[in-house]
Design a protein around this ligand. Structure first.
Ligand SMILES: [Fe+2]
Length: 156
């Protein structure tokens, strides 16, 4: 059995690295969508949404770095170019969105896509006894579920 630097089986971690890279790619597009909304939001909810999108992209920025560095810790190479992100992201780039509620709705959908990927990664990590990745994904999932609840309340 070939193991990586942290003692996990390489064959298993390759599967996980692929999942984490997909998560990373989706995260990057989500991040840019939030910047788009932060900049272009307008209307009576400008101040709260402008600030909320900033809060979300700041958290996303930190998570992107954590996911990429987790991939490196597992012995993989994180996707590092826009081309790789676009190619591997199921989250679509938001183009010109004018309605602030639609921005919130897209954000919620994007977060739900990330949630699916995180649950998938958690399951794979759990099967491989990769407690570090399990904990990381678990924290992300808990935080995102709360945000989805808040965004849903906003949209009701
Ligand atoms: Fe700003």
């Amino acid at each position: 059995m070939k193991t990586n630097d942290i003692g996990l089986e390489v064959k298993d971690t390759l599967v996980l690295v692929e999942k984490l890279n997909k998560l990373l790619a989706n995260y990057q597009v989500y991040y840019q969508n939030l910047r788009n909304f932060h900049w272009n939001v307008s209307g009576p909810n400008f101040f709260e949404l402008h600030a909320k999108f900033e809060e979300l992209y700041t958290t996303a920025n930190e998570s992107v770095d954590e996911v990429a560095e987790r991939i490196l810790t597992l012995g993989g190479r994180p996707f590092s170019s826009y081309g790789e992100y676009i190619e591997n992201s199921s989250i679509q780039e938001a183009k010109e969105v004018h309605d602030s509620k639609e921005m919130v709705s897209i954000t919620r959908d994007n977060i739900n896509t990330l949630l699916d990927l995180e649950r998938e990664a958690l399951e794979a990590a759990s099967e491989q006894g990769d407690e570090g990745t399990v904990t990381l994904m678990s924290d992300y999932i808990t935080a995102k579920e709360k945000i989805v609840w808040m965004l849903s309340a906003y949209l009701r």
